[in-house]
Design a protein around this ligand. Structure first.
Ligand code: APR
Length: 317
């Protein structure tokens, strides 16, 4: 089989880590694109020079010209400004929408058969715009949010319970903002419900609920917590890892069931909007959206998250 090609649009903090991870895992040949001259060339030269040490054998190159992405199997977009302390993701919309418009046109014209993963914020709006501008079928244009938000949720659960992160299963659905919906009812440690473990740990159901409420709040604000510490930008290691996990699922046809920001066509009662839901990711991109019943409380949280996403997306029209 011919080698796969992965193009990364935006050679900043996330883009650099994406390039390194994609190369280390030999997902395919890597092109890093940025408008800043020298930046993608410098970063990829640096990464490529580690290849004899890390033992990966793919080509890794930088570009300032969109024609370099021709023939891409998958394109991952991080172009756009990151947050500064005090900003919400939604504050980025007008600047990043202009950037997304031009990036999506470049992808449409140069990589018309590619899958596209969007990371730029505000995520739900940027992935919507990308799909509209490219005109690609919605199974090929996907947003990365749920894998990251779920990883943060799972990390906090593991740390609280003193168990390996490997054994925690926890999913976050809805929009990629303050209204995201961690699904507590199904969060488990190798099948054992997290709430039961918390109740036994504290021997007090009320205290267990308070601890979970704090974990949920920390999950919803996890991006902001990192921004507050870094002061000059936003998280980049964990978003890059999360997107690579999704790209790998598609390129290697893994049929992973992962929360992803996908266009809904009636699933979960939503039509024509991108929302974070469980998806099967494989060689067809979003191959299936997996529905399951939400209880009344989860449904109410999901509905308000959908309402927030609709308001944000409709503000772009
Ligand atoms: N085409 C390509 N690249 C662009 C364009 C464009 N039109 N406009 C800006 N860029 C590049 C910048 O030159 C910069 O190198 O996008 C890169 C963004 O990198 P960072 O500022 O380091 O931001 P990063 O932390 O990588 O986050 C990127 O992802 O998670 C989101 O909120 C985050 O929207 C932000 C995006």
């Amino acid at each position: 089989m011919a080698r796969r090609k992965i193009s990364l649009i935006g050679g900043g903090q996330i883009g650099g880590v994406l390039a390194q991870l994609a190369a280390q895992r030999e997902l395919g040949d890597v092109v890093l694109f940025d408008i800043v001259e020298g930046l993608p060339q410098g970063k990829t030269l640096d990464i490529a020079e580690a290849s004899p040490v890390d033992n990966f054998d793919v080509s890794v190159g930088g570009a300032n010209d969109f024609t370099a992405i021709k023939g891409s199997d998958i394109v991952i977009i991080t172009a756009g400004l990151p947050r500064k302390p005090g900003m919400s993701r939604d504050d980025l919309i007008s600047t990043n929408a202009k950037i997304m418009q031009s990036v999506a046109e470049g992808i449409r014209d140069n990589a018309p058969d590619a899958f596209v993963l969007v990371i730029s914020n505000p995520l739900d709006a940027m992935v919507t715009l990308c799909q509209r501008v490219t005109g690609f079928p919605s199974n090929r244009v996907i947003g990365m949010a749920g894998v990251l938000d779920s990883a943060r949720f799972a990390s906090f659960i593991a740390w609280e319970l003193g168990v390996s992160v490997r054994d925690v299963n926890a999913m976050v659905l809805g929009g990629h903002g303050d209204t995201m919906v961690p699904i507590v009812r199904y969060a488990n440690v190798n099948g054992i419900p997290v709430m039961e473990m918390l109740e036994r740990k504290y021997n007090d159901p009320k205290k267990a609920k308070e601890v979970m409420a704090a974990i949920i709040k920390r999950t919803q604000n996890a991006g902001g917590e990192v921004v507050g510490l870094l002061k000059t930008g936003s998280a980049f290691y964990s978003p890059a890892s999360s997107a690579i996990c999704m790209a790998e699922a598609i390129l290697r046809d893994q049929k992973r069931l992962l929360p992803a920001c996908a266009m809904l066509h009636g699933e979960f009662g939503v039509d024509g909007y991108y929302i974070g839901v469980p998806c099967v990711l494989g060689a067809g991109g979003v191959e299936r959206i997996v529905e399951f019943s939400l209880d009344a409380e989860e449904q109410a949280l999901f509905d308000s998250s959908v309402a927030a996403v609709k308001e944000l997306v409709d503000s772009m029209k």
